[in-house]
Structure formats: C-alpha cells, structure tokens
Design a protein around this ligand. Structure first.
Ligand SMILES: *Cc1c(COP(=O)(O)O)cnc(C)c1O
Length: 391
C-alpha cells in the first residue's frame, strides 16, 4: 500500500470513527477494579448506559464483541430444544440463527428477501397459530447492518401483544443503539443486546444486555448451563459498582465519555443527524443511477446505505479501488449479497463535511470504475445538507 497523508476515512458501518475525546479518556492509567475510584466510575457508567437504552432496569456489560451479548441473551432464558422465532432480515439475523442452533435451540425462521425489515403481520400470524406456546422467544435485528434496513420494533411489540402470546421479545441493537430512536422499557422489549463499536463511538470490546423484569425472572429458574454469561452475579455486584471479574476498565473510561457526548448533543439531535445523513446519501445514490438494497421507504436505515452495483460489476473491486486511491474503507457485501453491494456507513462520530468527503470518494471511485454516468450525487447531497433542496 502506498503512503496516504491526512486522515483515513473509516466509512464502514462499524467499527466507527472514535472521537479524540474518547481516545483521550481511554488513554489513562488502569486502576484497581475493586478500589474506591473504580466504584465511582462503575456506578456512573452503569447508571449512564440506562439512559441510552431508555430503561430503569439493569444493563449488563460484558468484555466481549456484540456476539457475546447474543449468546448471553439466549443462554440465560432458553434451554436446548426450546423453539424461537427468528426474522430473517439479512446476514446478521442469519448469524444469530446459527449461534442459536449451535446452542441446541430449535430456530424457526420467518424467511425474508434481505430488502426490508421484519414483518409484524407475519410474526403475529405465526404466534397466533402457536396456541400451545411452543415459541419461547421472538428475535429481531433492529438495524440489519448487512442490508441497511430497519425493523419496526414498536410495531412488532404491538403484533406480539395482539397475538396474546407469552414469547420473550429479544432485539439486536448492535448497530442502532445511540444512532436510531430506541426505547427498551417503553417498547416492552425483554432483552436488548448491543455493542460498543458502532453508535456508541467506542473501539470494539464491550457488549451490552438490557433486561426486563420478566427476563430476569425467567433466568432465575431457567436457562442453560452457563458461567461467563450469567446475569445474576453481574447484577448483584454491579449494584455495588463492581464486576464479578476484571472489567475492560479503559473501555469503560471511554464509555463514560461517549455517554457524556451523546447527552451534550442530545439523543434526539443525534437521531435527527443520522436520519439527515441517511437521506442525503440516498439522494446521492439515486443521482448516480444506482439502487438502494432496501426497498421499503419507512424502513430505510439512518445508519448505513447499502448500494447495489450493476449486474456484472464486482463491488469489492470498486471498494479496493476507492481504498487504494482515496484511502477510504467502505463496507463489503456480506453473505448472499457479497460482491453485489457495498455499504456506506454514516453513523457515530460524523458530520456534514465528513459525509461530503465520503460521497465525493464514492463518486470519484464510480467514475474511475467506468461508470461514466455516476455524476451529480455529491451535488444533490450538498444541496440537501445546505437546506436548499426541495422536500
Ligand atoms: C456488528 C453487528 C453484529 C456483530 O457484532 P460483533 O461485535 O462483530 O460480534 C451483530 N449484529 C449486528 C446488527 C451488527 O451490526
């Protein structure tokens, strides 16, 4: 690789750009995780993270990638042989299915075409047909990071309620938390899982599990054999500001800073910023003559946009060209859309000029890739960002 001056553009939909403030916070001496100074930090971040999930219940923090939170959600409330309903929205729902199956869980998948969010009506229909209550949980990925589509979490709660079914409701917010409106308590979610390296603007390494009273109750008498992923010891020790084993102390310094930054901006402003950058990006994609993988306008992701390349083009060759020429990383196509799409991340620590730079890099890359008509995308995005575009 040749030398690149200036900043690398990390425009994959996670890990995201880590703000200097967060990096500086992490760059502090590690302290005794059982000492008084830590207790203050522990109580602070454990209270702060609840405001991000919008819950008054415990949020459990594991030193792990988001996948660890998936596993913790399942092993604390389900047993081998239990049935769960998984909504196929893309690659990440497929990975969650595989993880559940490896644990011996019987996963029934509501198939999807990877171009929209989970369908509340189909969930309701399936739950209503399950009069015996065989389905123990419904699992949904809020923001499907492989496709750029958002599932309607509140509407799906409504569908579960209308079917009067006791299934637990589990939601993956690994790429939506702190970027898209989310309300764990108000939307009646039993288990919400998340991770540090996307909307929370931290490096990878922390995963989160928010729980409902009912999820805690079920975990007290149910669940699978488990140790590292247990909730009970965490909840008990967290109440005193400490952890049952060594926490990722320096990442927790960063978490304290990122929570502060989110509240300084205001969560609603954070969500509006992401929505605006999503809209500007989609306008650029349309101007380039390309298609968004997501086809459902009320489920467009504010976090990332997944762009389809014309048949016969290799999206990864385009990504490589853009990386070599302009030092920008774009997201690769995952699973069954590998090579057919690239993903533009517009989440986390991000602003209008960073988006303008990102879209400029994509537009130049498309032209160099031989797509001579890929013009005008940056112009329409700038017009929209400047507030001069028609609605
Ligand atoms: C990134 C992501 C994951 C995987 O998280 P890891 O931290 O890589 O384990 C799972 N689900 C969604 C929706 C994601 O975006």
């Amino acid at each position: 690789m040749g030398f690149h001056s200036g900043r690398h553009f990390l425009q994959i939909p996670g890990p995201t750009n880590v703000p200097d403030r967060v990096l500086r916070a992490i760059n502090s001496p590690t302290i005794d995780h059982r000492g008084p100074e830590f207790v203050e930090l522990g109580l602070d971040i454990l209270a702060g993270i609840k405001t991000i999930f919008k819950t008054s219940n415990p949020v459990i923090i594991f030193p792990a990638s988001g996948t660890g939170a998936w596993e913790s959600a399942l092993v604390n409330v389900l047993q081998a042989g239990d049935k769960v309903l998984m909504c196929e929205t893309g690659h990440f729902s497929t990975l969650w299915t595989r993880l559940a199956e490896r644990l011996g869980i019987d996963v029934e998948v509501i198939a999807g075409d990877w171009r929209r969010g989970a369908d509340p009506d189909k969930i309701q229909e399936r739950l209503m047909a399950d009069a015996g209550g065989a389905i123990k949980a419904v699992c949904v990925v809020h923001n499907e990071t492989s496709t750029g589509s958002l599932s309607r979490i509140k509407d799906i709660r409504g569908a579960i309620d209308r079917s009067d079914h006791p299934a637990l409701y589990m939601v993956d917010t690994i790429s939506s938390l702190a970027s898209v409106d989310y309300r764990h308590d108000e939307w009646g979610v039993d288990i919400t899982v998340s991770g540090s390296q996307k909307g929370l603007m931290l490096p990878p390494g922390l995963s989160f599990v928010a729980v409902s009273d009912r999820a805690i109750q079920v975990s007290e008498t149910g669940g699978m054999p488990r140790s590292y992923w247990r909730w009970d010891e965490m909840i008990e020790q967290n109440a005193k500001g400490v952890f049952p084993y060594t926490p990722a102390t320096n990442l927790l310094y960063g978490l304290k800073e990122s929570i502060a930054m989110l509240h300084e901006e205001g969560l609603d402003n954070v969500f509006a910023r992401h929505a605006r950058h999503g809209e500007a990006t989609r306008r650029a994609v349309t101007a380039w003559g390309l298609d968004n993988l997501c086809v459902s306008p009320d489920e467009f992701s504010p976090v990332l946009t997944t762009v389809m390349v014309p048949d016969g083009s290799d999206a990864d060759a385009l990504r490589k060209l853009i990386l070599d020429k302009f030092d920008m990383s774009l997201g690769t196509g995952l699973g069954k859309v590998a090579g057919k799409v690239f993903r533009i991340g517009h989440l986390g620590h991000f602003n209008d000029l960073m988006l303008a730079g990102t879209l400029s890099g994509v537009e130049m890359g498309l032209r160099l890739f031989g797509m001579d008509n890929a013009k005008g995308g940056v112009d329409v995005a700038l017009e929209y960002l400047a507030g001069q575009a028609a609605a």
